[in-house]
Design a protein around this ligand. Structure first.
Ligand code: TXA
Ligand code: MG
Length: 335
């Protein structure tokens, strides 16, 4: 059930979390499906509700800097520098896990993913619950991430409580980063870009980005965030001839486009942050429209554009042959 986020509904949600239940709640990135991160039984409900495979670990959400030492056994000075710069905000950091974090949360990995979200409802909820909260995006596994309470309800209609805090400001999941001795690896692109991270770690000259290994995070899976309709990306895939039952998602000017049934814009002015906010919203809308397929124009692969193209390519992946996919995916998914 959707409830507007008020003091009362947030307290009710906190009670549910404390008693081992699940609550969907807004964050600045996407809506999350939360459970007590210290309670393996509660966390197992997340996997069941999402149909999420147990090998895909969860992000633990904390309300303040002090809580970091509860969930992680080793917080280095470099990590502290990043948290001071980007928390609360869309940055998830992979850290050695504390013993109190059940193996189910980390899928048996020795590390835990941690973030402090920048949404007043999320922070108040986590604070009221008095617990670290494990929360993946509140969607069925592999499907589109939710950026509104209605998106959550569409995929997870049986949830007892979906706190409605309005549409998400960022619209794409957090950047996931692992700090290593010789550099950092971006395991998932997001609103905190490689350049932003480099700026805050630059005093150490040896400290450079390292390309991630595909096995470094289950989040590097090639197919994810997928809509129910066939999706093509201009330049990546051969487009069907007949456009009359298709939608076109543009970025910047739509000049020169014609013949499609529907047009949507990620950003008329070509703004990447606006495109990030609109991407999942537009895909949710179009997957429900009377259409045969969707065509999306690529956005420039710089800054936040890397995150937008990562989500688009993962969304399109399952609709295309290995040969078509491999011509471009190896670059973008490993950057
Ligand atoms: O913005 C977000 O991060 C949202 C909101 C709700 O906070 N959450 C989110 O969670 O996107 P989820 O579960 O959809 O994505 C978590 C990502 C996955 O790619 C997962 O593989 C990776 O983080 N991850 C989690 N724990 C990890 C770990 N210990 N090591 C490596 N990757 C990890
Ligand atoms: Mg997700």
């Amino acid at each position: 059930m959707i409830s507007p986020a008020t003091n009362e509904s947030i307290l009710e949600a906190a009670r549910l979390l404390k008693s081992g239940g699940l609550v969907a709640f807004p964050t600045e990135t996407v809506y999350g499906l939360g459970a007590n991160a210290l309670d393996a039984r509660a966390v197992s409900q997340i996997f069941r509700t999402k149909d999420r495979p147990a090998f895909d670990p969860l992000i633990v959400h904390i309300p303040d800097f002090e809580s970091l030492t509860i969930v992680s056994s080793d917080v280095s000075e470099r990590v502290q520098r990043l948290t001071q710069a980007f928390w609360p905000g869309p940055l998830t950091i992979i850290l050695p896990k504390a013993v109190c974090i059940p193996d189910l949360v980390t899928s048996g990995l020795p590390d835990v993913a941690v973030r402090m979200p920048a949404h007043p409802v999320a922070l108040e909820l986590i604070r009221s619950a008095g617990l670290p909260i494990a929360a993946p995006s509140a969607n069925k596994f592999g499907k589109l991430s939710p950026t509104t309470a209605k998106h959550v309800q569409k995929q997870l209609p049986d949830l007892p409580l979906i706190l409605d805090g309005g549409p998400c400001e960022v619209g794409l999941e957090s950047t996931v980063v692992r700090i290593e001795k010789d550099g950092f690896r971006i395991l998932r692109h997001g609103a905190i870009t490689r350049e932003m991270l480099l700026n805050h770690l630059e005093e150490s000259k040896a400290y450079q980005t390292v390309d991630p290994l595909p096995a470094a995070s289950p989040g590097l899976m090639k197919s994810h965030y997928s809509p129910e309709k066939r999706l093509y990306i201009v330049g990546d895939h051969a487009l069907p001839e007949d456009k009359t039952q298709a939608a076109y998602i543009g970025f910047g000017s739509l000049e020169g486009q014609s013949g499609y049934k529907l047009y949507r814009q990620l950003s008329p002015s070509g703004d990447l942050a606006e495109a990030a906010v609109n991407l999942f919203q537009v895909l949710h809308e179009l997957e429900e429209a009377e259409l045969e397929y969707i065509v999306a124009e690529p956005v420039p692969e710089t800054g936040l554009g890397l995150a937008v193209m990562d989500r688009l390519r993962k969304a399109a992946f399952r609709f295309h042959s290995q040969a078509e996919n491999s011509s471009h995916l190896s670059d973008s998914s490993l950057k």
